[in-house]
Design a protein around this ligand. Sequence first.
Ligand SMILES: Nc1nc2c(ncn2[C@@H]2O[C@H](COP(=O)(O)OP(=O)(O)OP(=O)(O)O)[C@@H](O)[C@H]2O)c(=O)[nH]1
Ligand SMILES: [Mg+2]
Length: 85
Amino acid sequence: MLDTPKANRLHIAIFGRRNAGKSSLINAITGQEIALVSDYAGTTTDPVYKAMELLPIGPVVIIDTAGIDDEGEVGELRVKRQRKF
Ligand SMILES: Nc1nc2c(ncn2[C@@H]2O[C@H](COP(=O)(O)OP(=O)(O)OP(=O)(O)O)[C@@H](O)[C@H]2O)c(=O)[nH]1
Ligand SMILES: [Mg+2]
């Protein structure tokens, strides 16, 4: 199942404002504590990738991202990075 190359997997990225519950959603979908969840807006800084089987689609990569409204100097770098997807 994990033999499928990443490029052949459907990529599903979760975007949204900070503290919207993106990381909670990825944890709920995968059933694992993959992404850090907290009350603090801006918890996720770097994208988190998880390769998994998602029925009935098949092999996918789910991507948790930092909030699109991140602010400050590093925040802007993070926002730019999200836009690359
Ligand atoms: N009431 C309620 N709270 C939720 C729900 N999902 C997540 N939360 C809470 O919302 C807060 C933010 O959740 P995260 O999953 O860290 O949000 P995020 O979008 O990943 O945030 P950043 O990584 O900061 O961009 C946490 O305190 C969660 O416990 C929900 O469905 N209902
Ligand atoms: Mg997060």
